[in-house]
Design a protein around this ligand. Structure first.
Ligand code: T1G
Length: 708
C-alpha cells in the first residue's frame, strides 16, 4: 500500500483500492502498491480472500500512456507487469477483481491475473492497445484466450473494441455481474470463493485446444481491410496465435518481442500523439475551466438538407428536443425522409433499437415556421452556402430568439463576423462547422468570431462532447482550418494531372499513403459543384498571373458534379464504383497542351510530397496566424474530418517524422520548378526547420507559455 493504493479489512476480506485520478492508470507507484498489498494480505492469517477495486469512476484504465514516451526515449527503463501478475495469480487466497467503469489494457490484464472478476452492469473491459499502435504487453494475449476463447481474444486484441458486462460474462471473462453496491457484492462473492479451490488463469488450457487456424486467417483479412497500413493489429493476431502453439511463458516472451517492436515504431508514436491530441483540443488558453457553460435544453435548426438533417439527428441522438425548419413542405418531407432512412438503416444494422429510433424521432419537430424558435437555447443554421441567404436567416432569428440564445452557423468557409453583423448579439454568434455526414463524422470545427464570448466557446466545447463530437477551435479565416488547408492540397492534385499524372495515379498514391480516399475521389464524393460555386464567389481574390487549376471548372460547366451525376473526375456506376474516364483524360491533356503545360511521367513520391507538403505548409501558415491553436489541433481536424490515417498522426505530426528541414528543402525544390507564388515555405515552418525544431516542440513551448 501507498498513497495510490490502500488496503482495508472487512471481516476477513482484504480490500485493495486503487486511487490514481483521473482513470486509475498503472502509473509509477500503482503496481508497487498493489504488490505490497497482495503480499501483506496473503501473509495475514485473518484474511480469507481479497478484493481489488478502483476508486471513483473506474477500475484500472490501463498502463500510464504518458510513460511510454519516456521508455522509448530511453529516459526510463521498461518495467514489466508480469512479476506482479504472477504474484496475484499465485496468491493462495482467492483474489476477486471488482470492476466498474473500464478495465482496459493493463487494467484487464491485472484483472485476468485474479481468480475471479465480478462486474458492475455498466462496466466495460477491453484490450484497446492497438488503437495506440501497440499490443497488450502484460500477458493479455495469453490469458484472454484462456478465459474467452481464441476467436474472442483475437477480435478484442486485434481490433481493440471493448465488451460490456453481459458479453464479458457470456464469454467467460467475468464470473458474475453485480447489481447495486459493487464493493459489497465483491466482498460477498469473495467470502463464498474462500470456501472453494480457485484456478489460475494461466493454467486454463481447455479453450486453447483444437483451435481452427482459419480464425487467424480471417482476422488478417479483416485487418487488411479495416486497419489498412497498420502493423499492431497483425502483431496482436500473431501473439494470440502464439498462445495456441506455445507454453504460457513462451507465449509471454513472444508477446513481449512483438510488443517492443510496436512500441518503438513510428505508428505507435503517431497514434499516441493522436490520443493526447484529441484530449487537448478542448483546452483553450484564454477560456478557463471555470468559464460558465450554458445549459442546452432545447435546440432549433434552420434547413433540413443533407447537413441540416444530420445536425438535427445529432441533437435528437443526445436527447435534446429539436425543431427543424424548412421553406417548403416538399423540402421538409425530403429532409425528414432522409432522417428516418438514416435511423432505419442503423436499426437494420442492429446499432439502434426500433424503440430508440421512435424515441429520437419524437424529439424532432419538423415545421415551416419559426414557431418555438423563441424557446431554443441554440439555433443552428444550415442553409445554402451563400452570404446573402445566411445574413437573411440570421436577421430573422435575431428578431425571434430569446436572450442568450446561441447562433451557430454551419458555414464551411464564409466569414462568421459578417454573418453575425446583422444581429444585435455578435457575442453569441459562433461557427459550428460539421462534416458530412454530420450525424456520423466526429469532427466539429468551432469557429471563433471577433466578438464570440468565452462562455459561448466553453458551451460549444461541452456541447461537442455531449453530441459525441470532437470540437476543435478555429479562427475566422476563409475555410477555417480544414478547408483552408484543403485548397492547396487539391490545387496540387489538379496541377499534377495537368503535368501528366492520371486521375487514378493521384488517387491511388494518396490511398496507398493511407488516406481514406484520394483527393479527386473525395471531390467527386463532396460534389464538384460545391468547389465551383466557392471559386466563383471568390474569383475576385485570385491573384492575376498566378497559375490556377484549369479543368475542374470545365467539368462542372459540363454538369459533371461527381458521384451525384455519375461523372466527375471518374465515371461511377449505379453502385457508385469508380472507373477511369477517357473523356476526362483527354480533356486534361487537351487543356494542358493549350495552356502550354509540359507533360511528363510523374512518380508516386512526387504526388505524395506535393499534396501532403502543400497541406503541411498551409497548416504552418494557420499556426503562424493563430487560426489554429496547436499543430496537434490541425492533426485532429485531418484525422477526424478528412480521412488522414491516424497511424501517421496527422499532417503536422507526419512532417515532424520526416523532419521539417527535409520538408522545407522539398518545398524549395517545388518553388524552383513552380514559382514563388505557389510554393513559399511558411515563416513558422522555415523558422522551426532552421532551428532544428518541430511542430511538436512548438506546441509544447506554447502550452508551457500558456500554462494549460
Ligand atoms: N494513461 C494516462 N492518461 C490517461 C489514460 C492512460 N491509460 N487514459 C486516460 N488518460 C487521461 C486522459 O489523457 C485525460 O487527461 C484523462 O485521463 C481523462 O481521459 C500494459 C501497454 C478510460 C475510456 O488505451 O480510453 O495498458 O486530458 O478524457 O472520455 O498491455 O480515457 O484530462 O489531462 O479520455 O471518460 C491501454 C485509454 C493503455 C485506455 C476514459 N488503455 N483511455 O474516457 O476520459 S496501454 C487505454 C481511454 C496498456 C498494457 C498496455 C479513456 C477512458 P486530461 P478521457 P473519458
Amino acid at each position: 500500500m501507498n498513497e495510490l493504493v490502500s488496503l482495508e479489512f472487512h471481516d476477513g476480506v482484504a480490500v485493495i483500492t486503487i486511487s490514481n485520478p483521473p482513470v486509475n492508470a498503472l502509473s509509477p507507484g500503482v503496481p508497487e502498491g498493489i504488490l505490497s498489498s497482495i503480499q501483506s494480505a496473503a501473509g495475514d492469517p485473518a484474511v480469507k480472500a481479497i478484493v481489488v477495486i478502483g476508486a471513483r469512476r473506474t477500475f484500472i484504465a490501463g498502463a500510464d500512456i504518458r510513460e511510454f514516451g519516456k521508455v522509448v526515449s530511453g529516459e526510463k527503463p521498461r518495467r514489466s507487469l508480469l512479476p506482479l501478475l504472477r504474484e496475484i495469480e499465485d496468491c493462495p487466497k482467492p483474489v476477486v477483481m471488482a470492476i466498474h467503469g473500464t478495465a482496459f489494457g493493463g487494467g484487464l490484464e491485472v484483472a485476468m491475473a485474479g481468480h475471479y472478476r465480478v462486474l458492475a452492469g455498466s462496466a466495460q473491459v477491453g484490450q484497446p492497445e492497438v488503437k495506440l499502435g501497440i499490443i497488450p504487453g502484460a500477458a493479455g494475449t495469453q490469458r484472454l484466450p484462456r478465459l474467452a476463447g481464441v476467436a474472442k481474444a483475437v477480435e478484442m486484441c486485434a481490433f481493440g473494441q471493448p465488451v460490456g458486462a453481459v458479453e464479458a460474462n457470456a464469454s467467460g471473462i467475468a464470473d458474475a455481474i453485480i447489481e447495486g453496491d459493487l464493493l459489497a457484492g465483491g466482498i460477498a462473492f469473495a467470502r463464498e470463493a474462500a470456501a472453494r479451490p480457485h484456478t489460475k488463469t494461466r493454467e486454463r488450457e481447455e479453450k486453447l485446444l483444437g483451435t481452427d487456424p482459419v480464425i487467424f486467417e480471417r482476422a488478417r483479412e479483416q485487418a487488411a481491410k479495416t486497419r489498412r497500413g497498420q502493423a499492431a493489429p497483425l502483431a496482436a493476431i500473431e501473439a494470440v496465435e502464439a498462445a495456441t502453439r506455445l507454453s504460457f511463458d513462451e507465449g509471454c516472451a513472444r508477446e513481449a518481442e512483438l510488443f517492443d517492436r510496436c512500441l518503438y515504431s513510428t505508428q505507435s508514436k503517431a497514434l499516441i500523439h493522436a490520443f493526447f491530441a484529441e484530449r487537448a483540443v478542448s483546452k483553450i488558453p484564454d477560456v478557463s475551466q471555470e468559464t460558465a457553460v450554458q445549459e442546452i435544453r432545447r435546440a432549433a435548426v434552420v434547413g433540413a438538407g443533407t447537413m441540416g438533417g444530420g445536425i438535427t439527428m445529432n441533437y435528437a441522438n443526445a436527447g435534446i428536443p429539436v425543431t427543424v425548419k424548412e421553406t417548403t413542405q416538399e423540402a421538409l418531407d425530403r429532409g425528414m425522409a432522409n432522417i428516418r432512412k438514416n435511423y432505419a438503416s442503423s436499426v437494420k444494422k442492429g446499432k439502434l433499437s426500433q424503440a430508440e429510433m421512435e424515441r429520437r424521432l419524437a424529439l424532432i419537430a419538423p415545421q415551416l415556421t419559426y414557431d418555438g424558435f423563441d424557446q431554443a437555447d441554440i439555433i443552428a443554421e444550415a442553409v445554402f452556402e451563400g452570404m446573402t441567404l445566411k445574413k437573411q436567416v440570421f436577421a430573422e432569428i435575431d428578431g425571434i430568439a430569446k436572450r442568450g440564445c446561441i447562433f451557430a452557423s454551419n458555414t464551411s468557409y464564409l466569414d462568421i463576423d459578417e454573418i453575425g453583423s446583422v444581429t444585435r448579439r455578435p457575442e453569441l454568434v459562433v461557427g459550428h462547422h460539421y462534416f458530412s455526414p454530420a450525424n456520423i463524422m466526429r469532427l466539429l470545427e468551432i469557429v471563433r468570431g471577433r466578438a464570440t464570448s468565452r462562455e459561448v466557446l466553453a458551451t460549444s466545447m461541452a456541447l461537442a462532447k455531449r453530441l459525441g463530437k470532437i470540437g476543435v477551435l478555429a479562427g475566422n479565416a476563409r475555410g477555417f482550418i480544414g478547408n483552408r488547408m484543403l485548397t492547396p492540397y487539391l490545387r496540387e492534385a489538379q496541377f499534377l494531372l495537368e503535368e501528366g499524372a492520371s486521375v487514378e495515379d493521384v488517387n491511388n498514391a494518396l490511398y496507398d499513403f493511407g488516406i481514406a480516399m484520394g483527393p479527386l475521389a473525395m471531390s467527386d464524393l463532396a460534389g464538384l459543384d460545391v468547389g465551383w460555386r466557392a471559386r466563383r464567389e471568390f474569383k475576385h481574390l485570385e491573384k492575376p498571373g498566378v497559375r490556377v487549376p484549369l479543368v475542374a471548372d470545365r467539368l462542372a460547366e459540363m454538369g459533371r458534379f461527381g458521384q451525384k451525376t455519375g461523372r466527375g473526375w471518374s465515371k461511377y456506376d449505379e453502385n457508385r464504383h469508380a472507373s477511369p474516364d477517357p473523356e476526362v483524360a483527354a480533356l486534361i491533356e487537351q487543356t494542358a497542351r493549350k495552356a502550354g503545360i509540359e507533360r511528363r511521367a510523374i512518380g508516386r513520391d512526387e504526388i505524395v510530397d506535393r499534396t501532403i507538403f502543400a497541406l503541411v505548409n498551409e497548416g504552418a501558415h494557420l499556426l503562424g496566424e493563430g487560426i489554429a491553436l496547436r499543430a496537434a489541433d490541425i492533426d485532429v481536424v485531418y484525422l477526424n474530418g478528412y480521412g488522414f490515417p491516424a497511424w501517421r498522426g496527422g499532417p503536422m505530426f507526419y512532417a515532424d517524422t520526416i523532419g521539417l528541414k527535409t520538408v522545407v528543402n522539398r518545398i524549395e525544390e517545388f518553388r524552383k520548378h513552380h514559382g514563388d507564388e505557389l510554393w513559399q515555405a511558411a515563416p513558422l515552418l522555415r523558422r522551426l526547420a532552421e532551428s532544428g525544431s518541430s511542430f511538436g516542440e512548438f506546441d509544447r513551448q506554447k502550452q508551457a507559455a500558456a500554462g494549460v
